[in-house]
Design a protein around this ligand. Structure first.
Ligand code: MG
Length: 538
């Protein structure tokens, strides 16, 4: 099953220069035709249905259950290189490694943004986040707007015209649950229970955006734990929140074990400031970051074990990924991008390439590795397809159905390209193994870091013509290719950019809507200012 990097573009050394060009062109044409064929099959979320109707007779039959359960576990600022199973030597992630050993690991899996809020908007809608309004700045402008995330005072959120995956799954007979960090607006109309989730339990912001027993900002107010749209606990014992989170998802699974469900668990780990429950402190060789990651890993193990205890493992897909790369400014308290360039806040590979782990014992070959391109953009479309439905037909959908990859029916997969947005700007495009940077800038990285391109102070820079890399053979983006040797690839990427930019539509920027302190969720709504008096009765 595994496709070695570059194997779809067969090695052509040892033949004449002219013959190389001819072979390269034919391989490119063949690959493009195949890719477009697969893309056309899967773009509307029909792959799962096709596989059920037309199983490939040359392979063992797939037991693809109708309406499987789907659990998405989303880490926060977990880097590509943070897990044992992705090469880190001292992390303690036995349960995520178990997911890898019993499931599939994707090596070229991307979040849709280099920071928190927009990444979540894309995961939940299957749409590039500028379409969802989760950005700041002015489309068309070349003024960098810095990091585009909501804070608890924001007036905006995920645009209310967007259809979340929970809203897609409900009409297909699914129970839906959300847990943990939300970060897509704190006003009632933006919260998960107003966006298609039957239940929500969690702190709807990052833990550095509220005050708790974890070192955090005094600017906003005490961390609220929401139950649906109501503040249930305030202030929150953030250090010990994971035990409550795990209890919530176990209860949800138990209640809904006989009906299909979709569950989104968005962990606070491993965003700064790091924290871990007392039982995990000093438990690893990676300091507080490692302890935080170990607690996230523990919660993954609890979820997998409960799926097995309920006897629903053969009709439950569990996915693990994360919203963006490691925050390098955190030093040893930040994560690791592994053999990639830069981290969070940048559109280099370290900012957006993420672990992508899929576990489904009856369907996914254990221990399999896929080099297919994939994205968190694809999770909603894949979920809806597996549930027997289609994503919304009245709007552009940027996700693909990854079912052929997960079942081993396709080594290339339906996705051939990835757009790298930052704020309102299209910074880079990857087409197959070639990535072109039109703009670069640093982000969330100290000035003693060895690579100046990553520094927070490194400004926005235009590249015209673009910087081109082969990110399969050069994932660290160290060696720009000579564009004169890659005219076909450059033209293809520029054509894709032109077509995309012409058709792209932005929703109004929700981060341009300003702030109001009264948007901070408070147990005592008349309390002002929020950072001094929000508290639930003991
Ligand atoms: Mg994040």
């Amino acid at each position: 099953m595994p496709r070695l990097p570059g194997s779809s573009h067969r090695r052509i050394e040892g033949i004449s220069y002219r013959a190389k060009w001819l072979v390269a062109f034919l391989v490119l044409l063949q690959s493009t035709q195949r890719g477009l064929q697969v893309a056309a099959e899967c773009a509307l979320g029909e792959c799962a249905a096709d596989l059920r109707r037309n199983p490939d007779s040359n392979r063992a039959p797939i037991q693809l259950p109708e309406k499987p359960n789907i659990i998405v576990i989303y880490g926060d600022d977990v880097g590509y290189g943070d897990l044992n199973g992705y090469g880190h030597p001292t992390s303690s992630t036995p349960n995520l490694d178990r997911m890898i050993q019993e499931g599939m690991r994707l090596t070229q899996f991307y979040s849709a943004a280099p920071v928190c809020s927009p990444s979540r908007a894309s995961l939940l809608t299957g749409r590039l986040y500028p379409r969802t309004g989760v950005y700041s700045g002015t489309p068309g402008s070349t003024q960098s707007t810095g990091l585009s995330v909501f804070n608890p005072f924001s007036n905006g959120g995920l645009n209310l015209s967007e259809i979340t995956v929970a809203q897609m799954m409900k009409p297909l007979g699914y129970a839906t649950g959300a847990l943990g960090k939300w970060h897509l607006g704190t006003k009632k109309e933006y919260l998960p229970a107003s966006r298609g989730f039957d239940s929500y339990f969690g702190i709807p912001m990052t833990q550095n955006e509220c005050t708790s027993n974890v070192e955090s900002s005094k600017q906003f107010g005490p961390c609220p734990t929401m139950h649906n749209n109501t503040v249930a606990v305030q202030p929150t014992d953030v250090q010990n929140i994971d035990a409550a989170y795990v209890a919530n998802i176990k209860d949800f699974m138990t209640v809904h074990k006989n009906e299909p469900f979709f569950f989104y668990y968005s962990s606070h780990h491993t965003h700064l400031p790091q924290f871990a429950a007392p039982g995990f402190l000093n438990s690893t060789l990676r300091g507080l970051f490692g302890d935080s990651l170990a607690e996230l890993d523990w919660s993954v193990g609890q979820i997998l074990d409960h799926v097995v205890e309920l006897g629903i493992e053969n009709r439950t897909l569990v996915v693990f990924s994360a919203d963006n790369g490691p925050q390098l400014s955190g030093g040893v308290d930040g994560g690791e991008q592994g053999q990639l360039k830069c981290g969070k806040g940048t559109t280099y590979e370290g900012g957006m390439r993420e672990p992508g782990i899929f576990w489904w014992p009856s369907v996914i070959e254990s221990g399999s590795i896929s080099y297919a391109l994939g994205s968190t953009l694809d999770l909603s479309v894949t979920a809806v397809s597996l549930a027997g439905g289609k994503p919304p037909q009245d709007r552009a959908i940027d996700g693909f159905d990854l079912t052929p990859v997960l079942t081993g029916r396709s080594e290339i997969g339906p996705r051939e390209f990835m757009f790298y947005y930052s704020g309102h700007m299209l910074m880079a495009i990857r087409l197959r193994q070639y990535k072109a940077h039109f703009w670069t800038k640093g982000g969330l990285c100290p000035e003693n870091y060895h690579d100046q391109d990553c520094w927070s102070s490194t400004p926005l820079k235009q590249h015209e013509p673009p910087l081109l890399f082969d990110v399969e053979t050069d994932p660290k983006e160290r060696f720009p290719l000579d564009l004169s040797l890659y005219p076909v690839q450059v033209n293809e990427i520029m054509d894709l950019k032109a077509a995309h930019s012409k058709a792209m539509t932005f929703s109004p920027g929700e981060m341009n809507l300003g702030q109001n302190k009264e948007n901070f969720p408070c147990c005592n709504p008349s309390c002002t200012p929020r950072n001094s008096c929000c508290a639930c009765p003991k």
